[in-house]
Design a protein around this ligand. Structure first.
Ligand SMILES: Cc1cc2nc3c(=O)[nH]c(=O)nc-3n(C[C@H](O)[C@H](O)[C@H](O)COP(=O)(O)O)c2cc1C
Length: 127
């Protein structure tokens, strides 16, 4: 938490370990991330600085520890000024504090799936 606060303050953009050689082949890009320090995590900021998603459809989705998306979706919009950004999705994920490291299982997995399906239908990506 302390690390992410300081990275956010400095605008630190960590180097990414993986590289996408053919980003131009994709018209639709889903961007998934957790909320960190009520912001978009620094590696996702790095990704959006590194790749030009102009003209593409960008779809953000998020997990969080119960405090919501913070400024993360707004930052996606700022970093993709020439993309078509569809309505994002957010759901509560794991919570280390409560010892729930993988929360999306069993009943919660079924509930999460239903919410994802509803969201995908609402943005016309699923019939
Ligand atoms: C460094 C760090 C900072 C976090 N900051 C927030 C926060 O500001 N708000 C929040 O709701 N959750 C916060 N979380 C909780 C994560 O968003 C949550 O653990 C994650 O979305 C769970 O995803 P998963 O179920 O895919 O593992 C933070 C977690 C970490 C590790």
């Amino acid at each position: 938490m302390q690390q992410v606060s300081s990275e956010n303050e400095k605008g630190y953009l960590p180097a990414l370990k993986t590289k996408i050689d053919n980003i131009e082949n994709y018209d639709v890009v889903f961007i998934g991330f957790p909320t960190w320090g009520m912001q978009l995590p620094p590696p996702i900021k790095s990704f959006l600085h590194q790749y030009d998603l102009s003209g593409k459809t960008v779809i953000p989705f998020n997990t969080n520890g119960g405090y919501g998306i913070g400024s993360s979706f707004d930052t996606v919009k700022q970093l993709c000024p020439k993309s078509k950004i569809l309505k994002g999705f957010s759901i509560r994920g794991g919570s280390e504090r409560d010892g729930k490291l993988l929360v999306i299982k069993e009943k919660e997995a079924a509930e999460a799936e239903a919410k994802v399906v509803e969201w995908l239908r609402s943005i016309n990506l699923l019939k």
